[in-house]
Every structure is written in structure tokens, then in C-alpha cells.
Write a protein that binds this ligand. Structure first.
Ligand code: SF4
Ligand code: SF4
Length: 73
């Protein structure tokens, strides 16, 4: 299972133009207004990880959350 990604709110510099968003060709990263905190739509994300290296501040990070399988009750 591929990891989920998140944008770390403490690291993100809320750039006027998010470089991570620019490299995501399927537009899984959204930034509604210039300077807004971007968000990753994991429903669209294909897991290519290009955005991780595109962010000059290292704000796009892998998270272990998606590795936790949903357990039956
Ligand atoms: S994720 Fe990176 S490139 Fe995008 S706004 Fe935040 S710091 Fe800037
Ligand atoms: S991992 Fe790839 S598809 Fe997912 S948000 Fe980053 S650039 Fe887009």
C-alpha cells in the first residue's frame, strides 16, 4: 500500500505559487488562492512522489496514516 502524503502546516511557507502543486500533472494538489495552505487530494493522488522533491521547504511529507488498514469491527 502506498503511503499517504500531507502538507505539514508548520513547515509550509504558503508560497504565493505552490511548486508542489505545479508539478502535479493530475492536479491532486489544490491551492484555492495564492498564498493559501495547499492540500493534497489523496483520492486523486497517484503516488508518484514528484511533489516531495518539488517543494523547496520539504513541506510535502509522507505519513504513515494510510498504512493502517481498516480493521473489521
Ligand atoms: S507545499 Fe512547499 S511549495 Fe507548496 S506552498 Fe508549501 S512550502 Fe510552498
Ligand atoms: S504524489 Fe504525484 S500525484 Fe500525488 S500529489 Fe504528489 S505529484 Fe501529485
Amino acid at each position: 500500500m502506498r503511503p499517504a502524503l500531507q502538507i505539514d502546516v508548520h513547515t509550509c511557507q504558503t508560497c504565493a505559487t505552490c511548486q508542489a502543486r505545479l508539478v502535479c500533472k493530475i492536479r491532486a494538489i489544490v491551492q484555492y488562492e495564492r498564498g493559501d495552505l495547499p492540500a493534497i487530494d489523496m483520492g486523486r493522488c497517484r503516488g508518484c512522489m514528484i511533489c516531495i522533491s518539488a517543494c523547496p521547504y520539504g513541506a510535502v511529507q509522507k505519513t504513515e496514516r494510510a498504512l493502517q488498514p481498516l480493521l473489521p469491527r
